[in-house]
Design a protein around this ligand. Structure first.
Ligand SMILES: Nc1ncnc2c1ncn2[C@@H]1O[C@H](COP(=O)(O)OP(=O)(O)O)[C@@H](O)[C@H]1O
Ligand SMILES: [Mg+2]
Length: 237
């Protein structure tokens, strides 16, 4: 019998429906997808296409109405609540469109808190936060609060926060969305470097078609489905 390889992530026939005022919205209409380790998958598509909903389902933040999401063959939504919480905080990192940093806390504290929530003691959490802020080029800003940082700097802090538990998968929802072109390039450059140096897998939603074209794979969504699964397997330059 030929040996079957288990994909890193397998999304199987996922539907996600919302009921709003008696009206049904089909945010995801039977999405199937596999992602292999080490990929940077880009998602584009108009507003309302289902991109954010799909990211939430892949990251196990939102349960599909039907269908499954498997990591290394394991059905995440069949896990106990406790295992699921551990999975979310340790294996998956999220970068949200608005950086979602806590305004009262410094950059260092914002990153360290995510490690402490995952069970790290304070000292090690701070050490990890400092290493990561260094990695994203912000060691000189660790005592700054979000309001004292530029948009690009805030987004780099939220990338550091997403990475602090060394997740194997990082999900990013328009991480360059409200950044200017140069800053967007910086953030994308960082994603690519992390992917190459740490082997982390990324799924990135972006409006920027030029950036999407430079991911290892670029997919497009429309009306809750993936419309272009075979597109553009590009090599890194
Ligand atoms: N929590 C929710 N409750 C109701 N409808 C939602 C919810 N989240 C998303 N939707 C709807 O699902 C569809 C897809 O939304 P979304 O995934 O946010 O699209 P995108 O990120 O591509 O803009 C939209 O019609 C949106 O209004
Ligand atoms: Mg969205």
């Amino acid at each position: 019998m030929p040996e079957e390889t288990t994909p890193f992530i397998k999304v199987e026939a996922v539907h996600r429906r919302f009921l709003i005022g008696g009206k049904q919205i089909n945010a995801l209409n039977g999405v199937s997808l596999t992602v292999e380790r080490g990929e940077i998958v880009g998602f584009t598509g108009v507003s309302g296409a289902g991109k954010t909903t799909l990211l939430y389902v892949i990251g196990a933040l939102d349960k599909p109405t039907s269908g499954r999401v498997l990591y290394d063959g394991r059905d995440v939504f069949a896990m106990s609540e406790k295992d699921l919480a551990a999975f979310r905080s340790r294996r998956v990192g999220f970068v949200f469109q608005s950086s979602n940093l806590l305004p009262e806390f410094t950059a260092e504290e914002n990153v360290a808190l995510a490690a402490m929530i995952a069970g790290e003691n304070r000292r090690d959490a701070i050490r990890k936060a400092d290493d990561l802020l260094n990695l994203v080029g912000l060691s000189g800003r660790r005592g700054h609060r979000p309001g004292e940082l530029s948009g690009g700097e805030q987004q780099r802090v939220s990338i550091a926060r997403a990475l602090v538990n060394n997740p194997s998968l990082v999900l990013a929802d328009e991480p360059t969305g409200n950044l200017d072109t140069v800053t967007g390039e910086e953030v994308f450059g960082l994603i690519r470097r992390l992917n190459q140096e740490r082997g982390q897998t990324f799924v990135v939603v972006t409006h920027n078609l030029a950036l999407a074209a430079r991911m290892t794979r670029s997919l497009s969504m429309r009306d809750g489905g993936i419309v272009d699964k075979t597109a553009d397997v590009l090599e890194f330059k």
